[in-house]
Design a protein around this ligand. Structure first.
Ligand SMILES: Nc1ncnc2c1ncn2[C@@H]1O[C@H](COP(=O)(O)OP(=O)(O)O)[C@@H](O)[C@H]1O
Ligand SMILES: Nc1ccn([C@@H]2O[C@H](COP(=O)(O)OP(=O)(O)O)[C@@H](O)[C@H]2O)c(=O)n1
Length: 210
């Protein structure tokens, strides 16, 4: 009971401060292994955004020994999407702690529940949505070669993640597309070529970025 009260108070405080911040948010979406994290690192270097990967925040939460750790770990091993409440809280905290007001939110929202809950809780609308479009064949090759020791980068979980992407995440991209917010990138090319396209979206016209 005590925990619930503390959580509600923390949530209220986080929302108040986030609303004051009026942050710029870009959602970075695409299938597993499409290169979201790789390209976000480039954007951070050149355009001053803070990169928040929902997956990284969830993995850090497991490592921190949080009471949700086991549940999150089991969901990630199954390629399932963790309840929005958990992920949104981590995103809100990370945004407030960053000291920045420009964010690349990577791998979120991954389903309709994520999308609607984030909008309802934070009142934040993304400026636009970067969509890394890549074939499953290429994504599978990249995930199997990623070598980060991730428990979900095995062929069985990869197939489950692809299904979740098709069934739950693509509809979110379609939703934003209907609002004219999607910037689609052909992510099947080499890293440097993909970045050229990404850069063109962030760089103000007639100005050069490194
Ligand atoms: N354009 C690319 N061509 C080839 N390999 C890539 C490319 N972009 C990323 N990779 C590699 O593919 C793997 C998955 O990329 P990552 O950025 O982690 O994807 P995501 O964040 O979408 O899951 C990593 O090992 C990364 O080095
Ligand atoms: N919004 C999110 C993002 C990730 N996740 C979980 O974290 C896993 C890994 O996501 P990730 O974004 O780090 O990695 P990729 O699947 O994109 O390679 C997903 O398969 C989900 O189990 C989630 O539950 N909710």
């Amino acid at each position: 009971m005590g925990t619930v009260v503390v959580d509600a108070a923390a949530k209220k405080e986080a929302n108040g401060s986030l609303a004051d911040l009026n942050p710029t948010v870009v959602f970075v979406l695409g299938g597993p292994g499409s290169g979201k994290g790789t390209q976000c690192a480039n954007v951070v270097q050149h355009f001053g955004y803070t990169h928040l990967s929902a997956g990284d925040l969830l993995r850090a939460e497991i490592k921190s020994g949080s009471e949700n750790g086991t549940m999150i770990s089991n969901m990630i091993k199954e390629g399932k999407i963790v309840p929005s409440e958990v992920t949104i809280k981590l995103l809100q905290q990370a945004m407030l702690e960053s000291g920045n007001d420009k964010f690349l939110i990577d791998g979120f929202p991954r389903n309709e529940e994520n999308r609607a809950a984030f909008e309802a809780v934070t009142k934040i609308e993304p400026s636009f949505v970067l969509f890394f479009d890549c074939s499953e064949e290429e994504m599978e090759r990249r995930l199997l070669g990623r070598n980060q020791g991730r428990e979900d980068d095995n062929i069985e979980t990869i197939r489950k993640r692809f299904n979740v992407f098709l069934e739950s995440s693509l509809p979110v991209i379609e939703y934003y597309n209907s609002k004219g917010k999607v910037r689609k990138i052909d992510a099947g090319r080499p890293v440097e070529e993909v970045y050229e396209s990404v850069k063109a979206i962030f760089a103000p016209k007639n100005e050069k970025a490194d």
